[in-house]
Design a protein around this ligand. Sequence first.
Ligand code: BGC
Ligand code: NOJ
Length: 812
Amino acid sequence: MKFGHFDDQRREYVITNPRTPWPWINYLGNEDFFSLISNTAGGYSFYKDAKFRRITRYRYNNVPMDNGGRYFYINDNGTVWNPGWKPCKTELDKYECRHGMNYTIITGEKNGIEAETLFFVPLKTLAEVQKVKLTNKNKEAKKIKLFSFAEWCLWNAATDMENFQRNFSTGEVEIEGSALYHKTEFKERRNHYAYYSVNVPIQGYDTDRESFIGLYNEFSEPQAVTAGKPNMSVAHGWSPIASHYIEVELQPGESKEFVFVLGYVEFESRDDKWESKGVINKKPAKETIAKFDTAAKVDAAFMELRGYWDNLLDSYVLKSGEEKLDRMVNIWNQYQCMITFNFSRSASFFESGVGRGMGFRDSNQDLVGFVHQIPPRARERIIDIASTQFPDGGCYHQYQPLTKRGNNDIGGGFNDDPMWLIFGTVAYIKESGDFSILDDMVPFDNQPGTEKTLFHHLTVSFNHVIENLGPHMLPLIGRADWNDCLNLNCFSWDPNESFQTTENNSEGSKAESLMIAGLFVVCGRDYVELCRQIGNNEEAARAEKFVNDMVEAVKKHGWDGEWYLRAYDFYGKKIGSNENKEAKIFIESQGWCTMAGIGLEEGMVKKSLDSVKKYLDCEHGIVLNNPAFTEYVVEYGEISSYPAGYKENAGIFCHNNPWVIIGETVLGRGDYAWDYFRKICPSYTEEISDLHKVEPYVYAQMIAGKDAFKPGEAKNSWLTGTAAWNYYTITQFILGIKPAYSGLEVNPCIPADWKGFEVSRKFRGATYKIEVKNSGVMKGVKKLVVNGTEVAGNIVPMQPAGSVNTVEVIMG
Ligand code: BGC
Ligand code: NOJ
């Protein structure tokens, strides 16, 4: 069952039934000011950091789900309704929500009044702009009452939800004209305030929640709205809100537009904070308000945002003949990559914005899906990430976006982390050709005076693995590898401990990871190639030896007969082996070791992938392990804590499915690669939205696996490495167009019955119009013609910036 449809022309998903199986959300803003918005206008806004600069309040896991947001209430002669259906849930005559690229348009109609609400954050603006267009479709004139509503969060989203003995006394507001200002804690240490304004005179307001809603009422029946009368309340402590009251008269056929601005102001200097004693300096707010004080100005800013996305998405355009594939590659997958790049794993409807900052490994992986869009932002991110590294190559697992400092709560010790810095940096250089980044001076742990070149950071990253090898000369796992839940040195019996942060008893541990081994071979080879590119042949030779040793160690100690082992535990016992009772085979090591082609000649890659097909594949995707754990294993930690079929215990962890897909392309099995890709691709699962539950336009982290109570049900949409990995996989391995140091490599791996496809790819300033023709093979380039001239090999040589080039690829 579907709840809407794609509108590819406008790059929108159109939701036509507000009762989606879960709130289907979108993100507004893409640099500093952000908002989350659901299909019923629920959600919240923040500046840069969803924990430390939360602007509006949101209650997660609420009853009903997704209550609270920016709401417009219309009181039409006693009938009270919202354009987005919620929270009043008055039955609408028409409802539609269009989620587009960083904007959302929600339209509701009731009794001949249509309310179209556009929400977006204009480029380079610290505000969410909302344009409400009311139209009277009746034959007679109408007088209606419009109320806005936003609830202020007292800045720190964590303390906002717990420190009530203080919070209920600190709230402060100011009201001036049609702007309602939120200035809690401004008097003391805060240099920032928020505001909510509208571009017309108002006939009233409320700034105190209790006055507006009523202590015993709900969002669905605020007493000011039902009474049709604001209270002119001025918040002193308790819970400050902002609500405008506007009386609107509409002639038959008439439309009126109102522009609301929900904004944020921050002062660099304390000296600029005040206008006069106790009165905040409103100048910057008024400047922003003035920029959007007419509908025409808003429309122009909206066009600018659309133009920005046209330009971004223009760098990779696919025409495959498969509509569902094209819309993912050209629109939604790229969009999700931008969102994950911005937020890492911090704020979604599954991540509260409080617990997790920017992940070291997460952000590096997000880069590969984003780097072609805005390489300079990827560059900046790499430097931010590397600055949190330790001198020995180890890393903080996360950092806070506001301070850019490593997060002490979670610490480090995840031994895969260092490798991802190589992964991200190489992707950036291959895309941009900018080797100068390697010479940038980057500190360790953000300590001034510790700066070394970024290249040095890559070297210590590489060394971190080889300096931490276990008894089988395989990488020690540390706290965990990519699988945060395979906690081999943790031994936790205390339910109050977090597996992520509990002591890492790695002293004397023999726990080794085959996932890191495969990752090391892939990224280690990248490092070797990079060294050669910059003429450091000595380092290349040194590194290459370690990579080759690792290949041998995997073949010798990492092979179980039919597949690669997953790990050795603390005591040196095999994990992911036929000898085990449960979880005999895991996906991560099959993915990474096949990607690395370890034992290709000996048939290991094929055997491993055949075992994946046999034991891990199911209708909805590839599960993480099999059989699922049915008992808690203290030696393994969190992975065995999940009920069978969910999350890291035999869920379809979509993030790692592409590893197997890339493995299949190493083998040249384009049909299997495509089949796996399609199984978890959102536009292909749209038809089963009722089962799948989450948004059909973005990937979810997890789909319940074959051992689960409800296989096929997805969770944790939006912020997942799945976005970047699938984009990377489809564009660079299945369609096979891959940035290389010297040009664009073309090496597709597709089902034999595909006749071909076309891609327009922007690369280092030049455009390549690539046409791939296939007559019955899955892999192999027989002929490459660039601008009419045949070229040997499969690399399209770099062309001058600004040029438009034709590339013909004949597979065979
Ligand atoms: C989840 C992981 C996640 C980790 C991060 C675990 O509970 O299962 O997917 O990476 O928490 O804190
Ligand atoms: C989610 C985390 O963000 C990611 O870093 C991790 O690798 C996976 N979970 C698997 O545990």
